[in-house]
Design a protein around this ligand. Sequence first.
Ligand code: NAD
Length: 283
Amino acid sequence: MGNELAGKVAVVTGGASGLGSAMVERFVAEGARVVVGDLDADGGAAVVQRCGSNVLFQVTDVGEPDQISRLVDLAVERFGGLHIMCNNAGISGRMHKSLLHDDLADFHRVMSVNVLGVMAGTRFAGQYMAEHGGGSIINLSSVGGVQAGGGVMTYRASKAAVIHFTKSAAIELAQYEIRVNCIAPGNIPTDLLAKASTTMSPEKAERMTRVMRDMMNQDRPLPREGTPEDVAEAAVYFAGDRSRYLTGTVLTVDGGTTAGKPLRARRPDAAANGSAPASAGSS
Ligand code: NAD
């Protein structure tokens, strides 16, 4: 890869799998050293094994602000500073048939991971960066936080909150040369949806995940499905100097989903490319 993040130190929460682990690998490939905080100790160990001594792993629950504070301390103690904070850890919450069936039982947990975790990560990293020449903070929202829609209401609300918080924090922290931006991914195959469906039988959960993916595929103008590496690319951009005049922004990494509905007819070769059928997407 390159040298875009040479000499930089990053913290990535939720870096043991999915988008987070792709970010860790890209950051390291660009010359950074990374502290990963995640609940998943096995996944964390696997990331360390893949990336070597440039990555440290610490079991962390981002719903507990003290544990995020410890990640910042670890980065400073072991790698000598902190330039990039990626508040990526998130959960989707339980799937319900509709809002009217939602018992809101997981509201506090979803909010504490998705919102409190992001706010605390921004605060602790910001406190260090404010005293040490600034930095870049990257918060993970979602197309679900940009666009209204049915289902996973708590998740949508949490991800919308991340956007508003990010913009507000960007205004406050700009005076310290700290940039705060959001990435809003859409429909990238990871374990996020599967983990959400835990109250269903494995067969039903798999079926539902497939149906949701099909629906999302049909709502996306770009034919191909996104990958964790596509999101990691956006994270490298925000982390490095190429985005030095950007703060308070939301970058959708969603194949155009939030731009609008795809055209009814796609080029035949695009349809053959494992994407939505030519008639899909106008509903
Ligand atoms: P994922 O489930 O593969 O990864 C999430 C990681 O966060 C896991 O390693 C998990 O162990 C960790 N995590 C969960 N709760 C935690 C906690 N309390 N403390 C620390 N770590 C915790 O999902 P992903 O798709 O990689 O999601 C990453 C982020 O991107 C999330 O914030 C998610 O909401 C967001 N996002 C993903 C998509 C997508 O299409 N995959 C779309 C929109 C937004």
